[in-house]
Design a protein around this ligand. Structure first.
Ligand SMILES: NC(=O)c1ccc[n+]([C@@H]2O[C@H](COP(=O)([O-])OP(=O)(O)OC[C@H]3O[C@@H](n4cnc5c(N)ncnc54)[C@H](O)[C@@H]3O)[C@@H](O)[C@H]2O)c1
Length: 504
């Protein structure tokens, strides 16, 4: 099954933000495109807006004048659905309401031919439900573009229960021919991206609600240590707190209020107070004129220890040994085998967070980094009774490696580690449930939300048992079940235990 022929007309119904973007993509790819919107005049306005965007592409040398003129000539606005009769594909991008979408598709089916592919751009409704009332449901598919559609490459091609595999393949190939990177996925709440990405927001909110760190510090740790392009608070301010909360809420509801997707009370209050983010002038941060953005908590300079003793294997933090040596701090060998820790001259210990609480006056946890060499900030955490000298020795050590240090409260799994482990867990769970392949999940998360690594790539860099062990520990301290590892992650880790001969 191949992509639609470029001479086949494509219709876009609903010409708001997404409809305009999708129409531009199909148009620039070479199709004749028809626009239809139920509000009088809106399709014409959309055609003008798309024309203006084509002009800008010419100014930026991304399109020639002749290509722009040809594209404009292929773009028409329709006064009624009847004008879409000869279309080979209709992409719907109307308001996110099941009744409106179902009614539209019923009406469309009376107009278009039986071989016309019908697609919905819904983000949160079930594709199966939207296409449920169709006479020929096999030609119905989800084509989930991301905003702005002309710029973002990812398209989730969603098969509902009744979708004919040939229709999904045709939609996939067509998206590819349009220059997009499609991934195939099953019709489950949030598809791939909006499902697997939930912990990125939820864990940051949870850490903040536990008063372990403020938004600026959590954002800085996610960026500078976790390698995420933006922190969760600044990103949701950009997306809109109402938009982000509504996705979380709809995924949680659609999973019958599964505790793993529980929305956040503090985000709810933010939305209720009208602090929707950049668009309303205030969200987690203040964007009004003259407002200053608070900086992250950064520890003052502290003295580096003269030497450290490294016991055992530091696992995902093993690179630190090399970095400590390069910083001129002597690394002494341990007498015996230890559980993977850095011991300071005064006997105090530093460990990568294991998902528990430090809980001892002699122990400081540090957070996971995507890449300890590239990280510019490291979070440290200790329990209330920690010896002050130990925290300052730990701070001095990381500062000697050129890192800024943020001291955060003792939340199991800290910030980056719990976030990454939960993303990995949801990715394993989604694959086990047939939502998508591991490669497609990785592609979706890199392209849909700009993660530095896909969850499976991330997992390969860690250890096969790391996420399971971390989440199991967190679950001991926070037994709500929110962070409990899934069966799929348990299976994966148990297989690794069996390979290594460790009882699970
Ligand atoms: N905005 C995003 O970031 C985003 C991203 C991915 C998917 N989506 C999905 O895309 C769809 C559209 O979202 P949007 O942000 O472009 O909305 P929008 O409000 O910008 O545009 C919706 C358009 O649909 C028109 N419309 C409403 N009912 C109609 C009907 N019965 N027939 C024809 N036109 C109708 C409206 O007049 C409006 O012009 C939704 O399903 C949404 O979930 C949105």
């Amino acid at each position: 099954m191949t992509a639609l022929d470029l001479s086949s007309p494509v219709a876009v119904v609903g010409t708001g933000t997404m409809g305009q973007g999708i129409a531009q993509v199909a148009l620039v790819a070479g199709h004749p495109v028809r626009l239809y919107d139920s509000v009088d005049g809106r399709a014409r306005e959309a055609a003008d807006a798309i024309g203006a965007r084509l002009d800008r592409l010419v100014e930026k040398d991304r399109l020639t004048g002749a290509e722009r003129d040809a594209a404009r000539a292929r773009l028409t606005s329709a006064e009624s659905l009847d004008a879409l009769a000869d279309c080979a594909l209709v992409v719907e991008a109307v308001v996110e309401r099941l009744d409106v979408k179902q009614e539209l598709f019923r009406a469309l089916e009376d107009v278009v031919g039986d071989d016309c592919l019908l697609a919905t751009n819904t983000s949160s409704l079930s594709v199966t439900a939207v296409g449920g009332a169709l006479r020929v449901p096999g030609r119905f598919v989800g084509l989930h573009f991301f905003n702005p559609a002309p710029l973002l490459p990812l398209v989730e091609v969603v098969s509902g229960f009744a979708t004919d595999p040939a229709s999904a393949t045709r939609a996939y190939e067509t998206a590819r021919a349009w220059g997009k990177t499609p991934v195939t996925c099953a019709d489950t709440p949030g598809f791939v991206v909006n499902r697997v990405a939930r912990p990125f927001y939820a864990e940051a909110l949870a850490v903040h609600e536990l008063r372990a760190a403020d938004p600026a510090t959590i954002d800085a740790v996610l960026r500078e240590s976790g390698g995420f392009r933006m922190g969760a608070f600044e990103l949701t301010d950009l997306i809109g707190q109402d938009v982000n909360e509504s996705v979380t809420h709809s995924v949680w509801q659609a999973f019958f209020q599964d505790v793993r997707f529980t929305p956040s009370l503090s985000q709810r209050r933010l939305v209720e107070s009208g602090r929707l983010g950049r668009k309303s002038g205030q969200g987690w941060y203040d964007y009004r004129e003259g407002a200053e953005r608070p900086g992250p908590h950064t520890a003052p300079p502290a003295e580096a220890p003269a030497y450290v003793v490294v016991e055992g294997d530091l696992g995902p933090a093993a690179e630190l040994v090399e970095l400590i040596r390069e910083a001129g701090v002597e690394v002494r060998p341990a007498d015996g085998y230890g559980a993977g820790r850095i011991v300071l001259p005064d006997g105090g210990t530093l460990c990568l967070t294991d998902g528990g609480l430090p809980g001892s006056e002699d122990l400081v946890h540090f957070d996971l980094a995507l890449d300890y060499r590239a990280a510019t900030r490291i979070a440290l955490s200790a329990s209330a009774g920690v010896r002050p000298g130990l925290l300052s020795g730990a701070t001095g050590l990381f500062q000697a490696l050129g890192k800024k240090v943020s001291v955060v409260g003792d939340v199991p799994g800290m910030i980056v580690a719990r976030t990454v482990a939960r993303i990995i867990d949801l990715a394993f769970d989604a694959v086990a449930r047939g939502v998508a392949t591991p490669d497609d999940v990785d592609t979706a998360m890199r392209l849909g939300v700009n993660y530095p690594l896909g969850p499976f790539e991330w997992n390969r860099r860690l250890r096969d048992t790391w996420a399971r062990d971390l989440l199991s520990h967190i679950h001991e301290w926070e037994p709500s079940g929110r962070c409990a590892p899934s069966l799929a992650l348990h299976r994966h880790a148990a297989a690794a235990d069996a390979r290594e001969g460790t009882p699970s």
